[in-house]
Design a protein around this ligand. Structure first.
Ligand code: CDP
Length: 231
């Protein structure tokens, strides 16, 4: 290993179904590596929020694509948290609302929206030194990423985590309702024609059902260090 190798900045791509712990894990892995963290789901959420605010049906593919085209979506790390800005406004809380989650699937299935957001994501990661999580990061956005991870967990465990996460933000949610919603979104994400959630053949699969966040972070961090040294 020499100095150049140590400084090589790789792309860590993480995919997985709803509430599999990707975002928290990706953020902490990025912090440990000194990399940028990009939550691609937040971008689909921001476009969905914009459509809801403008009373544009999320199923109106052309109008929603126009919104995606004109939207300025930016990320900033503040106090260890990733903040999402939509046209200059901090929408980090609002994009996580159940209303946005409920309406997101047609936006994520919109091929033009995907094209626009994928281009933005590639631009953000073009220098390497990035951890990005989502559904199509290992397959479409960065198919050549040095490290690819597929995170999964049982639907029940994921629903438990989401209920807890919502409660921490003051939103009371019913477990059965959240479980139903997660299963519905998994189905929509896996079966859409463009950028569906699939496991890349060369991805390292991590089942997080019985893992703590610290264990997940440590595992991915070690794999990233190995890749950095190999490069
Ligand atoms: O945290 P959670 O899994 O609930 O959601 P997220 O990662 O914020 O993603 C929300 C939705 O955005 C997903 O259900 C997908 O439909 C969509 N998405 C996508 O299509 N492609 C991505 N790269 C990331 C998210």
């Amino acid at each position: 290993m020499n100095d150049t190798n140590v400084k090589k900045k790789i792309v860590v791509a993480i995919d997985g179904p709803a509430a599999s712990g990707k975002s928290t894990t990706a953020r902490l892995v990025a912090k440990k590596l000194g990399y940028l963290y990009i939550d691609s789901g937040a971008m689909y959420r921001a476009v969905t929020l914009l459509a809801l605010r403008k009373n544009i049906p999320t199923t109106d593919f052309d109008k929603v694509a126009q919104l995606a085209e004109s939207a300025v979506i930016q990320f900033k790390m503040e106090g260890g948290e990733l903040r999402t800005f939509l046209n200059g406004e901090d929408v980090s809380q609002e994009i996580r609302s159940p209303e946005v989650t409920k309406e997101i699937s047609p936006v994520a299935a919109n091929p033009r929206v995907r094209e626009i957001l994928v281009a933005k994501q590639r631009e953000m990661g073009k220098e390497g030194g990035i951890v990005m999580d989502g559904r199509d990061i290992t397959t479409v956005v960065f198919p050549d990423a040095e490290l690819k991870i597929f995170m999964k967990a049982s639907a029940e465990e994921r629903a438990r985590r989401r209920v807890k996460e919502l409660a921490e933000r003051g939103i009371q949610a019913d477990f059965d309702q959240v479980l139903k919603e997660i299963i519905r979104r998994d189905e929509a994400d896996s079966t859409r024609a463009h950028g569906p959630l699939t496991q890349a053949p060369d991805a390292v699969v991590i089942d997080t059902t019985n893992l703590s966040i610290e264990e997940q972070v440590e595992r991915i961090y070690k794999l990233a260090l190995e890749k950095v040294q190999d490069c």
